[in-house]
Design a protein around this ligand. Structure first.
Ligand code: NAD
Length: 490
């Protein structure tokens, strides 16, 4: 797709409730474009009243429309039509995403939008594939476990991958017969609204998927606290996840799925193979979306014999990216979401260097990028395990480098007190790879690769402070249903 004028992209206004856009009275929030820092729209901050309306409609419509009780195959058919409409609408959806988020248009066209449609197709397949259980009881009785939807699921998403995060949560919840009230990040509201609108065009009964716009404190909190919301599916920071867990416990002991932050290690051994290939994996692992990915492989833990060769190559690669507006077709390197995020990256990198880290390359903003916050890919060497850049999730293109001599040392460095989201292991030694697969405290271990695929059958989710429960996979579909035990005497 060619470059486009960001001011030419039409935006929906308001919340999407009961199949239509609506604006409530009250406070508005400005929405900024990450590429140039321009305030390009406002959203209405949904307060408790509007959230209540969305949740009540969702509960009514999931029952009255038959969505919760129809044949799962029928739900699957709607999800498939929805996915086709997303593919057909790729140009508009991609523009919405490229204007408002950090993702360049080329990336959104090749990945974000097609992945969104594919995730819905995956859940369409799930709809009628998994069943309950029958237990060995006396011959004159029948013991069963049946699954049923929770009712209304509250879904809350972050700003870093707005469309795909929405599709993971809505796909699982809707395919299993629930209704959803979705709150996207207030920083990236518009593509999600269009995503929901297309669901209704595809045949999802109006009111079964509603989108409420607003801040976490007002709208998000009202959604989590609503008594008719029976489960929360959240993706965001570890800090917010903890607040949501408390609020969900206080407002009906609701189950929560939490996909939270990470500080993931990439372990490279001397026997990992081709240096250029390894450097490429490491580089993409910490610079994709300018490091604003939960799975960012932001801690390089590398064996002494191969370290210099890989680091030299990484330095070269770090000097290549050219920042650009996300609406320009040639842009590959994207901005940080906003000034606040830029200042956070700056303060952690500065504190890390002050504490003894060696700034190998990067460490500052690109010049001449006006109000957009484009951060140079940054390598920090000579970092101790307690260095702030090793300990804190930075959410920017910053890689810390630690060198080890043997496997035990590598395992000790990989350990993190808070996070356990992902880990990368780069070695051609099969025994070592298998050992580390078992040893590492991470919800996902990638061996000789470091990125997700369209194999949505593989679930994702973290350990410890990186969360609980899974997105994707049959596990996420099943987690949107509650299990009921039944015993029949005859
Ligand atoms: P965030 O926690 O600030 O916000 C996430 C969402 O929660 C937003 O919609 C926000 O409005 C809402 N929110 C904030 N406070 C709330 C509250 N008290 N009650 C209810 N909702 C509230 O996170 P962010 O800055 O948008 O996203 C970045 C974070 O998300 C990073 O930590 C990243 O690692 C994490 N993330 C995790 C995954 C994963 O799969 N594990 C994926 C993407 C992002």
């Amino acid at each position: 797709m060619s470059s486009f004028d960001p001011d030419s992209v039409g935006l929906s206004s308001g919340h999407f409730v009961d199949g239509a856009f609506t604006v409530a009275k009250g406070e508005t929030l400005s929405v900024m474009r990450p590429s140039d820092g321009k305030c390009y729209a406002e959203i209405n901050n949904a307060e408790a009243g509007l959230v209540d309306q969305a949740v009540t409609v969702a509960e009514e419509k999931r029952k009255s429309s038959g969505w919760s009780s129809c044949s799962p195959r029928e739900r699957g058919a709607v999800l498939r039509r929805w996915a086709d409409l997303i593919d057909a609408d790729i140009e508009y959806l991609a523009k919405l995403e490229a204007v408002g988020s950090t993702r360049p248009i080329s990336d959104v066209i090749s990945h974000e939008v097609p992945f969104t449609a594919e995730a819905l197709r995956f859940y369409a397949e799930c709809a009628d594939k998994f069943s309950g259980d029958v237990f060995p009881t006396r011959q004159d009785s029948l013991g069963m476990l049946i699954s049923e939807p929770y009712g209304v699921i509250g879904a809350i998403t972050p700003w870093n991958f707005p469309l795909s995060m929405a599709s993971w949560k809505c796909g699982a919840a809707l395919a299993s017969g629930n209704a959803v009230v979705l709150k996207p990040s207030e920083l990236t509201p518009f593509s999600t609204a269009r995503f929901a609108e297309l669901a209704v065009v595809a045949g999802l009964p109006a009111g079964v998927l509603n989108v409420v716009q607003g801040s976490g404190q007002t709208t998000g909190n009202a959604l989590v606290s609503h008594p008719l919301v029976r489960k929360i599916s959240f993706t965001g920071s570890t800090e917010t996840g903890a607040k949501i867990m408390c609020q969900a416990a206080l407002s009906g002991t609701k189950p929560v799925t939490l996909e939270l932050g990470g500080k993931s290690p990439q372990l490279v051994f001397d026997d990992a193979g081709d240096v250029d290939e390894i450097a490429e994996r490491i580089f993409l692992g910490f610079t994709t979306n300018a490091g604003q990915a939960c799975v960012s492989g932001s801690r390089l833990i590398i064996q002494k014999g191969i370290a210099n060769a890989v680091i030299d190559k990484l330095v070269e690669m770090c000097q290549q990216p050219v920042p650009g507006m996300t609406w320009n077709a040639e842009t590959r390197y994207c901005p940080l979401i906003d000034r606040r995020q830029g200042e956070k990256v700056h303060s952690i990198v500065s504190a890390s260097v002050q504490a003894g880290a060696e700034l190998i390359v990067g460490g500052k903003r690109f010049e001449d990028t006006a109000e957009g916050w484009f951060w140079q890919p940054t390598l920090l060497g000579n970092v101790s395990q307690d260095n702030i850049a090793v300990q804190q999730e930075i959410f920017g293109p910053v890689l810390t480098i630690q060198i080890f001599e043997n496997e035990e040392e590598a395992i000790a460095l990989a350990k993190h007190d808070i996070y356990g989201l992902c880990a990368g292991v780069h070695t051609l030694n099969l025994q070592r790879a298998m050992r580390l697969m078992r040893t590492l405290d991470a919800g996902t271990v990638w061996i000789n690769r470091y990125r997700r695929t369209k194999d949505f059958i593989i679930p994702t989710g973290g350990f410890q402070g990186s969360g609980m429960g899974k997105d994707l996979g049959r596990q996420s579909f099943e987690s949107c249903m509650r299990q009921k035990s039944v015993l029949i005497d005859f």
